[in-house]
Design a protein around this ligand. Structure first.
Ligand SMILES: Nc1ncnc2c1ncn2[C@@H]1O[C@H](COP(=O)(O)OP(=O)(O)O)[C@@H](O)[C@H]1O
Ligand SMILES: [Mg+2]
Length: 295
C-alpha cells in the first residue's frame, strides 16, 4: 500500500492493524513517513512503542527488520559478520590445494539487521526497528548516527552497499538512560505516554474484544488507578491486556479484592509492589474505582 496521505489516513490505517494511535502519535508518524525521517519513540515499558513499528510495517505491506539492542551490541552483530566456520570448512575441503577464491563473497557473508535493511526488498524499503536503544552504549550510538545519516555500509572485501531507498527507521527507548542529543536531533521525537482512560479502553477492546464492556472498564480504571500509586514499576498497556485475558480465562465477570489478589502477578511484577497492594489497599482502590465508574 502507498504511504497514507494525511494524518487521518495514518490513524485509520493503524486502526486497521488494531493499533490505537492518538492524534499526536498519528501526526508524528505521518511526518516521519512523508519526510522520510527516522522516528524516535521514548516511553515506559509496555506503552506500545515496539507494536507501532509492527503495525506500520503491516499497514504498508513492508518487511519488518528488527535490531534488538543489548549491552555490548557492536557493529559486527548489527551489520555483518563473516561466517568463519564455513570459511574454515571450505579451506579444509580444498585439502592442500589452493584455498577457494570466493572466501569473502556473498556466500560467506552473514547479514545482520542493518545490512539486511539496506538490501532491495520486494514491496519497497523495509521498516527498520532499532528497539530499546537505551540498552546499548554510547560508541554504538555514535555508530548508529552515521548509519542513519547515509544508509550505506562499506565491507572492505566487497565494496559499499547503499540502500536503494532508505528504510523507514523507528527507534525506541525505555529511557533507562538518556539517549544522546545528536541522535535524537536526527529523528522526529515522540514521548509515548500511558493512554488516558478512554483510549486505553479502546486499546483493550481492540486487543481483547471478548471481554465485556463492564469488566473492561473495571480493568482499565483499576490499572489507571494503580499508576497513580507510588510503585517501583507501573503496569503498562501490555499488562492491562494480559490481565483482562487472565480474568477471561478464569470466567471473572466482576472485580473483587480476592480476584485481584489471585491475579495480581499479571499486572505487578515486583514483590515490593505486590506487597504494597496486599491487605486493605486493593480493596480501597477497587472501592474508589467502582464508585467512579458508577458516577
Ligand atoms: N496503542 C496501542 N494499540 C494497540 N495495542 C497496544 C497499544 N499500546 C500497547 N498495545 C499492546 O501492548 C503490548 C505491548 O506493547 P509494546 O509495543 O510491546 O510496548 P513497548 O515496546 O512500549 O514496551 C502490545 O503487544 C499491544 O498488544
Ligand atoms: Mg518494546
Amino acid at each position: 500500500m502507498d504511504k497514507p496521505n494525511s494524518i487521518d489516513a495514518v490513524q485509520a490505517a493503524l486502526a486497521g492493524q488494531n493499533y490505537v494511535a492518538g492524534r499526536a502519535l498519528s501526526t508524528v508518524t505521518f511526518l516521519a513517513l512523508t519526510l522520510g525521517r527516522p522516528l524516535f519513540l521514548e516511553g515506559e515499558a509496555g506503552v506500545g512503542k515496539t507494536e507501532i513499528a509492527k503495525a506500520i510495517a503491516a499497514m504498508l505491506g513492508r518487511r519488518l527488520i528488527r535490531l534488538q539492542c543489548y549491552e555490548g551490541l557492536d557493529a559486527a552483530s548489527a551489520v555483518y559478520e563473516w561466517n568463519f566456520a564455513a570459511q574454515m570448512l571450505a579451506i579444509r575441503a580444498a585439502d592442500g590445494g589452493s584455498a577457494p577464491d570466493d572466501l569473502f563473497s556473498d556466500r560467506y557473508l552473514i547479514r545482520r539487521p542493518l545490512l539486511e535493511a539496506m538490501q532491495p526488498q520486494e514491496g519497497g524499503a523495509p521498516v527498520l526497528l532499532i528497539d530499546e536503544l537505551d540498552r546499548t552504549d554510547e560508541p554504538f550510538e555514535a555508530f548508529l548516527l552515521e548509519a542513519l545519516s547515509d544508509f550505506q555500509v562499506t565491507i572492505p572485501e566487497l565494496g559499499t552497499v547503499t540502500a536503494p531507498e532508505p528504510p523507514i527507521a523507528i527507534l525506541t527507548s525505555n529511557r533507562t538512560r538518556e539517549v544522546h542529543d545528536a541522535l535524537k536531533r536526527r529523528c522526529l521525537y515522540h514521548w509515548v505516554d500511558y493512554p488516558a482512560f478512554e483510549r486505553e479502553l479502546e486499546i483493550l477492546q481492540a486487543r481483547a474484544p471478548e471481554a465485556s464492556d463492564a469488566l473492561s472498564r473495571q480493568v482499565v480504571a483499576f490499572v489507571q488507578k494503580l499508576r497513580t500509586e507510588d510503585l517501583f514499576k507501573k503496569p503498562g498497556v501490555a499488562e492491562t491486556i494480559d490481565w483482562a485475558k487472565c480474568l477471561l480465562a478464569l470466567d471473572v465477570i466482576d472485580l473483587s479484592p480476592e480476584v485481584i489478589a489471585d491475579t495480581i502477578g499479571a499486572i505487578l511484577k515486583y514483590q515490593d509492589d505486590i506487597a504494597k497492594l496486599q491487605g486493605s489497599d486493593a480493596k480501597r482502590l477497587l472501592d474508589e474505582v467502582k464508585a467512579e465508574l458508577a458516577a
